[in-house]
Write a protein that binds this ligand. Structure first.
Ligand SMILES: C[S@@+](CC[C@H](N)C(=O)[O-])C[C@H]1O[C@@H](n2cnc3c(N)ncnc32)[C@H](O)[C@@H]1O
Length: 423
């Protein structure tokens, strides 16, 4: 019997009650004595109806439907922002006018960096201005040819497109991108990478000790691509995926245009006006890259794919391993991420994760955000079908942290390995 309704239960109960042998005099429910037959009947009906509804440990069907609706909403928003499509390591694909506008908006924000930063610096001292100017030189290298990333011809902006003003949000992204250079490609980022990337690489090597070139690994939310690069360096076939054009332009610069160690300098903390112990901490420089990004084993298979993870990875049973670092909490609906990871993994494949649950859309007005605790998340992971094989809590980790700052954020991250069962 499928999900019988209340009326049907009433009928069943009434039929039972018409038989003299089943007459009930008194019911005791939760310590309460119920003598009234009408109340007893109602309690029975509630009880059986409740039994008939399938129980989920975390979410019910209406909640799942809500997630799907939200996911559709998110996908529409992403379509609007114009960031979709797969590409190889050197070829980027852009489609349609919306995408051009999105690209120009980001290039504009990069270009505006110097003016925006100088407004503040002007009031301070000249040294900072030099640092901003220098950062801007690197930015110019990053955005040089950025339009060619997606196709081999340039696009002349219309008058309308030229005047896309950068928002505060976009300018924050420019500064975050500068700091991501430190995390991913400088000696100063070594301790962050050791805490966040090394456990992932070690786990992959342990799970797949043989024939690495035959093992395909996906790194969604790859930032500037260092983790994906390290995995490829071990001989695995690795694809990084990223949807932020800020990150994509910067990773394109690093991976395709830098081929000498410590050949560039950035001043990543120049925008930090508070919590500096020494004055020179703010103008501290950082050389990059700490390794030659072009140096990979011969025949290595390393690529970056632009686009929303949820949108471009839909083929089932594709990857042997999905590695996520500081990524899963970037979702509007984390359940969609878990379902997608499960779907794209081959049977027997592994999902290896490290990071916190910051939930990037939490508390952002008009943004959908589903925030599960780790305890709840684990139940969802199991319900989707994964078997959690290994788990470590309280993994001390930081994200683009200024090591000299008087204020530091440290995450007590979780590390886990989950397997998609073979059958
Ligand atoms: C907190 S950063 C972490 C970057 C990198 N994994 C690391 O540990 O440094 C999260 C990254 O995920 C990217 N991201 C967020 N949502 C994404 C999506 N739906 N598809 C692809 N990338 C996404 C962001 O642009 C950002 O670069």
């Amino acid at each position: 019997m499928d999900n019988p309704n209340t009326q049907l239960f009433y009928r069943l109960i009434n039929r039972g009650r018409s038989n003299s042998r089943t007459t009930t005099n008194c019911l005791k429910i939760d310590g309460e004595y119920i003598f009234c037959h009408e109340d007893q009947r109602k309690r029975f009906a509630q009880y059986y109806e409740d039994l008939s509804v399938p129980k989920e440990e975390i979410y019910d069907n209406s909640y799942l439907n809500l997630c799907k609706i939200r996911q559709n909403y998110v996908q529409e928003a992403l379509e609007e922002s114009g960031i979709t499509g797969k590409h190889g390591r050197r070829k980027f694909e852009r489609r349609g006018a919306v995408r051009k506008r999105a690209l120009l908006r980001i290039i504009n924000a990069f270009k505006y960096y110097r003016i925006h930063s100088s407004k503040r610096v002007k009031m301070q001292w000249n040294l900072s201005r030099n640092c901003v100017d220098h950062n801007y030189e690197i930015i110019q290298l990053v955005i040089k040819d950025a339009e060619y990333m997606f196709e081999n011809k340039t696009h002349e902006p219309t008058e309308d497109e030229k005047e896309v003003p950068p928002t505060q949000f976009d300018m924050d992204k420019v500064r975050t991108t500068i700091k991501q250079f430190v995390r991913d490609w400088s000696a100063d980022g070594h301790s962050e990478r050791e805490a966040c990337y090394l456990p992932i690489v070690m786990e992959i090597c342990e799970k797949f000790p043989n024939d690495p070139s035959k093992i395909s690994v996906l790194v969604p939310g790859a930032g500037l691509g260092r983790l994906a690069y390290e995995i490829a360096k071990q001989g695995y076939s690795c694809q990084g995926n990223e949807w932020s054009l800020f990150m994509l332009m910067a990773s394109n610069f690093i991976l395709n245009k830098c081929n000498a160690v410590k050949s560039f300098t950035l001043y990543p903390w120049i925008h930090q006006w508070t919590n500096n112990t020494y004055t020179e901490d703010q103008t501290a420089s950082c050389k990059f890259p700490d390794v030659n990004p072009a140096e990979l084993p011969p025949n290595s298979n390393f690529s970056m794919a632009a686009g929303d993870f949820l949108e471009i990875y839909t083929d089932p049973d594709t990857f042997d391993c999905v590695a996520t670092v500081f990524f899963i909490d970037t979702a509007h609906c984390i359940i969609s991420y878990i379902e997608t990871i499960y779907n794209i993994l081959k049977p027997g494949g592994y999902w290896i994760n490290l990071g916190p649950l910051l939930y990037h859309y939490s508390d952002i007005p008009n943004e959908v955000s589903i925030e599960l605790s780790y305890e709840e998340l684990k139940k969802v992971i199991k319900q989707v079908g994964f078997v959690i094989q290994r788990e470590e809590k309280d993994v001390r980790s930081t994200y683009t942290q200024n090591p000299k700052s008087m204020l530091r954020y440290e995450y007590s991250s979780v590390f886990f390995t989950a397997q998609k069962p073979v059958s």
